[in-house]
Design a protein around this ligand. Sequence first.
Ligand code: PLP
Length: 452
Amino acid sequence: MDTIKYLLPENDIPKAWYNLVADLPVPPPPPLHPGTGQPLTPAELEPIFAKELIAQEISTEREIGIPASVRQILAQWRPTPLFRARRLEKALGTPARIYYKYEGTSPSGSHKFNTALPQVYFNKVEGTKRITTETGAGQWGSALSIACSMYGIPCDVFMVRVSFEQKPYRKALMETFGGRCIASPSMGTEAGRAILAADPDCPGSLGIAISEAVEVALKNADTKYCLGSVLNHVLLHQTVIGLECLRQFDLAADYPDIVIGCTGGGSNFAGIAFPFIGESLRNEKKTRIVAVEPRACPSLTKGRYAYDFGDTGKLTPLVKMHTLGSSFIPPAIHTGGLRYHGMAPLVSHVQELGLIESRSVGQTDVFRAGVTFAKAEGILPAPEASHAVSAAIDEAVRCREEGAPKVILFNLCGHGHFDMTAYMKFAAGKLEDYEYPAEEIAMALAGLPTVG
Ligand SMILES: *Cc1c(COP(=O)(O)O)cnc(C)c1O
């Protein structure tokens, strides 16, 4: 009755990414040019992104091949293990069968490396000389720095100030690989200076850090910007997670009734969930898909579905998504990776289509679930991932109460080894449970751009 590991053969990783858009009954609304309000052309994105990534962004092909060079490096730690959490099941006394896919085995400790690699690869092929990006908790900045060092491209990472201060080891990790890590808001960009002029103590946000990184790319012809979440091509790169899961469930001779992922910008959730949604759409499988977000930053559960900017400085295209308003600065919760005002347009769209459910959890419940999981399974989850753990435990407890032996799968998208300050605060009973910041969100939503 111990935890079981389902491993695919070595090097047996997907040859193509899965593009959910090909199977959707209704196409997602297009991104718009903020000036004209017209659908964006690929050429208008070229100052910011590599061409191949733009092509993937708008692709409607079901399968998009993974380049050999990228597959070779992915094979260093993929396929990642799928575990059946027998010890957790026993601890909860549930008849449910709980599975988790563990993405913390990547070089950077989370799923982010799955997209860092191809993004840097396509930039390298197209001759990009420098890459800029933002990072919240530091996982994305770490992943991109490692990928950039593998392909020999310098990389500037704007790190949300509150995380920069909470997590000095993340900065050290990025710098070890040659990345430059800058606390955001910074004095080095117009966007950063404008924010600091209004609020010198601003804790920063992903929205602000994105503005800074995009600004640098726009002002330098040889520099491109990479984003760690939200965009279609990022979600696409993460589908290796769910594609592997499908094959691993064949090995286990089982299939999930419920698939759960945490959502910041939506990429690890999409990575595990989209291949299962595809199965449901094409093969009439019935799997419930659940997105879990922080109560302090509830874009999917409380946000408005509207066109908004991806950043605070209003430099990005307008995308239709569940948003709390691009000027909303989320409370300084200890899950930096989930402090984003919006949600991936594609995740937002599938929620509108009724293909997924969403819910929110408070910070202390999240850490309690994380510790329960760690004690049973021996892996310390990233606080972001603990949102998924929390929902999986709730579902398993419900199975116990209803005597229903359901099959639950969740994405353990990263480990929490850099989050010990937060775990220490939780242990000391000092973690704050922020309430839903209704007034600030109402104010930010009042400032949504008018479209059409
Ligand atoms: C970045 C990150 C997240 C949030 O981003 P998504 O795009 O929603 O996945 C969640 N968990 C971990 C471990 C992360 O690194």
